[in-house]
Design a protein around this ligand. Structure first.
Ligand code: MG
Length: 250
């Protein structure tokens, strides 16, 4: 197996994040700052819906940030440019309050450092529905600020999003590597195992809780029962296999 490139998911893979508290505070702050004339619940639901649409959008010539701003502009009757500036300002200021919900996951820094030490290309393959500034902050809070990644995906450099296979194909084209040279490490079956497998990549599944290790525990995942990760385990196991250049488990 000739693996040259290792892709890591960020949230709940490289970091430990309280996703519920994080998003509740995120929505609340954003609402207070720019959208307070709308009901909080309406804002929450419409932003969630718009984000889901961005994730499933298949417009090869439209960056994710454009798809997002277009939909927000239509929904909230604000010019796209103004919205973009508001978000930019928000990520530079209020967003910093979310740092308390994010910390490096156990073994994450060691796993990533090992990949660099062994000479692999390392990519952060995080759902590209946020701007670069927001993702770089979360990456720094995850203890990854000192690394120089080959690519970090975000809404301003990607046209496709997880869980689409096109997202992974787009990454492999951007970094000029064939999908079979790449392995994706992540905690979510649909986004981090199913998508890359369909695109032709290897996968390392690192579910956060052991009860999630059974892929078929969740009924909605039964339809993917033919898809299996190449490897599964903890970040510690990723470090071990990278140290061995994937040989032992071939
Ligand atoms: Mg994740």
């Amino acid at each position: 197996m000739t693996i040259t490139t290792i892709l890591f998911d960020m949230d709940s893979t490289l970091n430990s994040i309280d996703e519920i508290e994080f998003s509740q505070k995120y929505f609340k702050m954003l609402h207070e700052r720019f959208f307070s004339k709308f009901e909080l619940q309406y804002f929450y639901e419409s932003l969630t819906e718009i984000t889901k649409n961005v994730m499933s959008s298949r417009s090869p010539r439209e960056l994710a940030v454009k798809t997002f701003m277009k939909a927000m502009s239509k929904r909230y009757k604000k010019p796209q440019k103004k919205l973009y500036e508001d978000f930019k300002d928000f990520y530079a200021t209020d967003y910093n309050q979310l740092e308390e919900f994010v910390r490096p996951a156990e073994g994450a820094i060691e796993a990533v450092q090992t990949c660099f030490d062994k000479g692999y290309n390392v990519v952060i393959a995080t759902t590209p529905v946020f701007t670069e500034a927001a993702i770089m902050k979360r990456l720094t809070w995850s203890g990854m600020g000192a690394f120089t990644f080959k690519l970090v995906t975000h809404a301003e450099n990607m046209h496709f999003s997880k869980p689409l296979k096109e997202y992974y194909t787009e990454i492999s084209k951007k970094i000029k590597k064939k999908p079979f040279e790449c392995i994706m490490v992540g905690n979510e079956f649909l986004g981090d195992v199913y998508g890359p497998t369909i695109a032709g990549m290897k996968t390392f599944y690192v579910p956060i809780r052991s009860e999630n290790e059974d892929l078929f525990i969740s009924p909605e995942l039964r339809r993917f029962s033919k898809i299996k990760p190449t490897y599964r385990g903890k970040l510690f196991d990723v470090t071990k296999i990278v140290k061995n250049d994937f040989q032992k488990l071939d």
